[in-house]
Design a protein around this ligand. Structure first.
Ligand code: CTP
Ligand code: MG
Length: 238
């Protein structure tokens, strides 16, 4: 079978801001580990394969307790990530076989198959595309002393989400170019920045979803459970 699109689901972070004993990707949400939800959305989407990136040493646990247990048939590889998110992405891209890759934060647990499908379609049309939503807040830039510098017109602001979709070779080339130049990749807060700076890619924004939030701090779990309950997830099922 031809592999056109690979989903790369990142779950190799430490979840420090969640301040929990269990890494956040394995915390239970409505009775299932958080990473289950993003994987299931990819399972139900049109992507051809899924690469799961986990912390080194957690590969077997994830294979048994998540991929096999919940029959995630699209997962073709579970690979170790690295210290920074960028290291984990690179590990995922190298394992992927698709012409296009959709990079997704496993912590964005409530992504829908419909959004994944929109991003897969955008990848082949634009070569570089990100899910984004209109900013709801007024944003100001500040100087180091904490005084306001400017207030960009809110109508022009969009909040970046994942999935972010790229022609695989474009993103790989961008990563390799920036690494060769000695660029500090931890300053690049998403893959769109990397594709732009490292390969001159033009980034197309695609309508994301406000429910596609990134579970980062403990209160996000409350929003997350509410989203899942509204979708009919049974609180006690396992
Ligand atoms: N991630 C990863 N490898 C890393 C760092 C992050 O795969 N070295 C993944 C996380 O697992 C998460 C996504 O990238 O799904 C977004 O990162 P973030 O929300 O910052 O998660 P963590 O880095 O785990 O959390 P924190 O920054 O609070 O430690
Ligand atoms: Mg992080």
């Amino acid at each position: 079978m031809e592999i056109r699109t690979s989903g790369i689901v990142l779950a190799a972070g430490r979840g420090e801001r969640m301040q929990s004993l269990v890494p956040k990707q394995y915390m239970p949400l409505c009775g299932k580990p958080m990473i289950y939800y993003a994987l299931r959305a990819f399972e139900e989407s049109s992507v051809d394969e899924v690469i799961l990136v986990v912390a080194a040493g957690e590969e077997e646990y994830c294979l048994k307790e998540i991929v096999s247990r919940y029959s995630m048939t699209k997962v073709t590889a579970i690979v170790p990530g690295g210290k920074e998110r960028a290291d984990s992405v690179l590990s995922g891209i190298r394992a992927a076989r698709g012409t296009y890759v959709l990079i997704h934060d496993g912590a964005r647990a409530f992504v829908t198959p419909a959004l994944i499908d929109r991003m897969a379609a955008a990848a082949s049309q634009y070569d570089a595309a990100v899910a984004a939503v209109p900013e709801k807040n007024t944003i100001r830039t500040v100087d180091p002393e904490g005084f306001s510098v400017s207030t960009p017109d809110r109508c022009t602001l969009r909040e970046m989400q994942t999935p972010q979709a790229f022609r695989r070779e474009v993103l790989l080339r961008a990563y390799e170019k920036l690494a060769k130049d000695g660029t500090d990749l931890s300053l690049m807060t998403d893959d769109a920045m990397i594709a732009e700076r490292g390969a001159g890619a033009r980034i197309r924004l695609i309508d994301g979803e406000y429910t596609n939030l990134k579970v980062t701090t403990p209160e996000d779990l409350l929003f997350g459970e509410a989203i899942l309950r509204k979708r009919g997830e049974n609180k006690t099922s396992s």
